[in-house]
Design a protein around this ligand. Structure first.
Ligand code: MTE
Length: 335
């Protein structure tokens, strides 16, 4: 992975998403920070979500948003919020890592529209009672979508705050009835070389593959996103369905998933295959373990000015929800 420093939209903090709803949201956030407003519109479950360990004080003005966005994508608000401002839509959809379309941050936005994402099916294989090929609509309940505002921390030491729309990964996986032999779950990205110009180059072993331990996959934070900023996912962000694992470095959040496999052994993962001493299987955000070539102690905040930085937090700030998964493990060795 590369670090590039000057981005076309850097410093354009005022240049926010086209959706007026989110403009309102951000203005309020900038003006007042976290507003402890609940139950205003369509967020019936916020209280119970808060009991899951997400502080009510971290709720922001996004609760002011109506249930239905301009695209017609219906979803409900949740208490999964963070205290910092959302990253502008232009940056979320214009500064991407999707190496199948090229290695520059601008390549995905430029070329990912060549990927055909409709219809979309996912092959489910391995240790589970229900396997086979499923249409996306049969896997993801579009009537039960929720919004989660999560931090995204890339291993390249930059970060964003993204309002994802989707469903908990656990809800989807449970429907396949994995057996006790399913200790890990592996994911694979769509591969069509004629649509994905970056796959002409052996940057990674294509297709892109990722994996989680089963208990990680079933954690409340693991999320399957089909949208962001109230709309369907742009192709460059991993349309039509991608993983979001907010306590791990961004490369674990595999895009455009076409295969899910329940396995008993730790599955191979793309960046680990490419450079095992740099990228481990776990890849939990950890400010105490420097990347062999750079520090992970702090991160550049994308969408802020050139010098916007914040201290990187253990598990990207999600210790309360996930630290127990790694009790007793050496997280430097198991990086
Ligand atoms: N998934 C695939 N298939 N190919 C990729 O190159 N890049 C990863 C991850 N998922 C990647 C991928 C990396 S390094 C990051 S940081 C995130 O996607 C970036 O997600 P975003 O572009 O939506 O911000």
């Amino acid at each position: 992975m590369f670090i590039k420093r000057s981005k076309p939209w850097q410093g354009r903090e005022a240049d926010v998403t086209p959706q007026p709803l989110y403009l309102d949201r951000r203005r309020i956030m900038q003006a007042g920070g976290a507003l402890a407003v609940t139950g205003l519109i369509g967020c019936g479950s916020s209280e119970s979500q808060a009991e899951n360990g997400v502080a009510a004080s971290a709720r922001t003005a996004s609760t002011l948003q109506p249930e239905t966005a301009s695209s017609g994508l219906s979803y409900r608000e949740t208490a999964y919020q963070v205290g910092d401002a959302l990253t502008p839509y232009d940056a979320v959809s214009g500064y991407n890592n999707f190496y199948e379309f090229g290695t520059s941050k601008e390549d995905p936005a430029r070329y990912a529209n060549r990927m055909s994402v409709d219809p979309w099916s996912i092959d489910v294989e391995g240790h589970a009672a229900n396997t086979g090929r499923f249409a996306l609509e049969d896997l993801v309940d579009f009537n039960a979508l929720e919004e989660r505002i999560y931090r995204l921390r890339c291993v390249e030491a930059w970060s964003m705050v993204v309002p994802w729309i989707g469903v908990p990964l656990a809800d989807v996986l449970r429907r396949f009835e994995p057996t006790s032999d399913a200790r890990y779950v592996a994911f694979e990205t769509y591969l069509n070389r004629s649509e994905m110009r970056g796959t002409r180059f052996p940057v990674l072993d294509w297709p892109y593959v990722e994996g989680l331990r089963m208990d990680e996959a079933m954690n409340e934070l693991a999320f399957l996103a089909v949208g962001l900023y109230g709309d369907l996912l742009p192709n460059q962000n991993g349309a039509p369905v991608r993983l979001v694992v907010p306590w791990k470095y961004g490369y674990k959040s595999i895009k455009s998933i076409t295969k899910i496999r329940f396995v008993s052994e730790e599955p191979p993962t793309s960046w680990n295959i490419a450079a095992p001493n740099e990228y481990g299987f776990y890849s939990n955000v950890n400010p105490n373990r420097a990347h062999p070539r750079w520090s992970q102690a702090s991160e550049r905040v994308i969408g802020g000015n050139l010098f916007s930085r914040r201290e990187t937090e253990m598990f990207n700030g999600y210790s309360e929800q996930v630290a127990h998964l790694y009790a007793g493990m050496d997280l430097i060795e198991n990086h």
